[in-house]
Design a protein around this ligand. Structure first.
Ligand SMILES: Nc1nc2c(ncn2[C@@H]2O[C@H](COP(=O)(O)OP(=O)(O)OP(=O)(O)O)[C@@H](O)[C@H]2O)c(=O)[nH]1
Ligand SMILES: [Mg+2]
Length: 227
């Protein structure tokens, strides 16, 4: 047996996995479109504020009674249903997926959900991916919009060090700006890094805690017909 055969087999398996994921993602995309659903994949660092931002978005949508959008959130976490419970408290329906040893949701997880519920009762599906800045770049899910969330507490270089997810996203949120006084980062540099990696990114700097720039962020989603 050639010395490297084992290694080459592992690489082929990974390529197959990603190819199959992409095919299933295309099916998910079709399902979302056929059911007139706006769909989001929210990726980002552990604890950056993905759920907190979602809570703000959901509260805002529900405040606006004329809008009356029906929201489903699919929460991905290694364990627990803490995020799903938080989302349900805001008045949206949520489904928690526990991935155990997997560091990202994949399109199979999503197809299992959207093909086994009545999607017609929803207008928007937010998918909160497992907190991770590396793995989700291998697994597209078939959504319309991908949003990446980091916070200033991950350090000034967090964007530069994880360029792929920023390249693959439509919106970037740099959260926890209320902590700028105590965390030694240059926010302008972080914005500059994101712009350099992906000039098409729409970038927001927010605080889900104080509400700073949250209205501007949500107004953009509404104006762009994303929610
Ligand atoms: N100071 C400050 N804290 C925040 C902000 N946003 C979120 N937090 C806090 O940060 C912690 C993590 O927030 P989550 O919203 O759970 O973050 P997440 O990205 O959903 O985390 P995972 O799903 O576990 O990856 C919580 O204690 C939040 O209260 C913010 O803008 N400023
Ligand atoms: Mg969360």
């Amino acid at each position: 047996m050639p010395k490297n055969e084992g290694f080459s087999r592992i690489i082929e398996l990974n390529e197959d996995l990603i190819k199959n994921n992409d095919l299933l993602a295309a099916e998910n995309r079709k399902t979302f479109i056929q059911n007139n659903i706006k769909s989001f994949d929210i990726v980002g660092a552990i604890g950056a504020g993905k759920t907190s931002l979602l809570e703000e978005i959901i509260k805002k949508i529900r405040q606006n009674k004329d809008n009356g959008k029906r929201i489903l959130v699919i929460n991905g976490d290694v364990a627990t249903r803490i995020d799903a419970d938080r989302i349900e408290k805001c008045g949206a329906k949520s489904i928690q997926i526990n991935t155990a040893r997997e560091c990202a949701l994949n399109s199979y997880h999503i197809s299992q959900v959207i093909n086994n519920i009545d999607l017609k009762i929803f207008d928007i599906v937010f998918i909160e991916n497992v907190g991770n800045l590396i793995c989700p770049s291998d697994f597209i899910l078939g959504v319309e919009t991908r949003m990446v969330v980091v916070s200033i507490t991950e350090g000034e270089w967090v964007i530069k060090k994880h360029p792929l997810l920023f390249k693959m996203s439509d919106i970037a949120v740099i959260n926890k700006i209320d902590l700028l006084d105590v965390v030694d980062v240059n926010l302008d540099e972080m914005i500059h890094d994101a712009e350099e990696i992906n000039p098409n990114l729409k970038i927001f700097t927010t605080s889900a805690k104080t509400g700073e720039n949250i209205d501007e962020f949500i107004n953009y989603l509404v104006a762009e017909n994303k929610i």
